[in-house]
Design a protein around this ligand. Structure first.
Ligand SMILES: [Zn+2]
Length: 164
């Protein structure tokens, strides 16, 4: 069973921030994506009932949140958005690969033998660590998923590292 740290923040991400929601999941955070059909009141209601922090680019929503935590995302750039959250919440970017990007559910470790029928032969031969999404069945492994993401993340963050 994979368990997350209790203090780990959970997010309700508004419809304008789909890429950020995906990246938060890649980084292991629970990030629900608010469908663009949700009215603000529904976003606030869900965030409250599920203990989520609202991430939004909508100043109105950030202001009228009725006691629910919300962060107004200032930049349109993904790297800057991630840095803003890192600074605001001390996000830990070392939990890569613990959550399904599509389903937003924690991944479960499986053995190499369990992964064998589910992945290409080359992957089975070269990889040792596999995780599966209990909801959609997608299998994740280190080389193709996590390492590329790690690289991209470094790149995103360093691009924005020059401002004080
Ligand atoms: Zn999934």
């Amino acid at each position: 069973m994979s368990r997350e740290p209790e203090e780990s923040p959970k997010f309700m991400v508004d419809a304008m921030l789909g890429t950020l929601a995906k990246w938060l999941r890649l980084l292991g955070y629970d990030a629900e994506y608010a469908d663009s059909s949700y009215p603000d009141s529904e976003i606030v209601r869900r965030a409250r009932s599920q203990g989520r922090i609202i991430l939004t680019r909508d100043r109105e929503l950030a202001l009228h949140r009725k006691g629910v935590n919300a962060i107004l995302i200032e930049s349109e750039e993904l790297g800057e958005q991630l840095l803003q959250l890192k600074e605001a919440l001390g996000l830990d970017f070392d939990r890569l690969g613990s959550r399904c990007v599509e389903c937003n559910v924690p991944l479960v470790s499986i053995s190499r033998e369990e992964a064998r029928p589910l992945v290409p032969p080359y992957v089975y031969q070269t990889q040792t660590e596999f995780r599966i999404c209990p909801k959609c069945g997608r299998v994740y492994w280190r080389a193709t998923h996590w390492e590329k993401i790690q690289e991209k993340l470094k790149q995103l963050l360093s691009e924005n590292d020059t401002e004080g």
